[in-house]
Design a binder for this molecule. Sequence first.
Ligand SMILES: *Cc1c(COP(=O)(O)O)cnc(C)c1O
Length: 230
Amino acid sequence: MMADVIADNLLEVRQRVQQAAEKSGRSASDCELLVVSKTWPAENVAQVAAAGQLSFGENKVQEAEGKIPSLPSHLHWHLIGHLQRNKVRKALPLFDTIHSIDSLKLARYTSNIAVELDLKPQVYLQVNLAGEQSKDGYDLESLHADFEQLLELQGIQIQGLMCIPPVAATPEDARPWFAQLRNLRDHLESQGGQSLPGLSMGMSGDYEVAIEEGSTIVRVGSAIFGKRYA
Ligand SMILES: *Cc1c(COP(=O)(O)O)cnc(C)c1O
């Protein structure tokens, strides 16, 4: 896609993020925009970075590994896709935030490697709210059972929760899932006695609804870059 179209899209998404925040009585500075650059070449990412965007999301460690070194070093990279254990060591130096921690085993391993590398990534616990077979993420029961042990891990900073709700026909259909993630967060905060400020929820089709329901970071790809073909 053309550079000026991408810049226009970025501006429009930023404005809509701000409007959704204001509409729900929140400050736009509490709703971060993560631009999802998966499948797009570094050249396109550079166009968005040139328009002032700092944070980008990738879903594959290998793809990010090829892209990140050719882009400005002041950018922040978030891993939003499934993290395999054998990729943790490679992922940690690339990403300062991981949105897809979904088991105590993975959290513990990631924490141990982070301590070894003298890193402390921010992480979101991904929750499979609808219990979909096809999706990654913690089931509710395991999350509650593991939560206190997760909080004790020294190598990671648990920022909050992340979800990818079931495919919805309209943005409004996603609202109950976003509300459920927020309620779960509130519940875990009282269980663990520790604040969990982050809610990573909302994508191109539903980020405004997600912000109305308390999202603190929306992950938006195609509304900025256009449709993905890969
Ligand atoms: C691809 C992806 C997104 C962005 O999706 P769009 O619909 O293109 O905005 C957000 N979150 C995750 C986890 C993704 O894999």
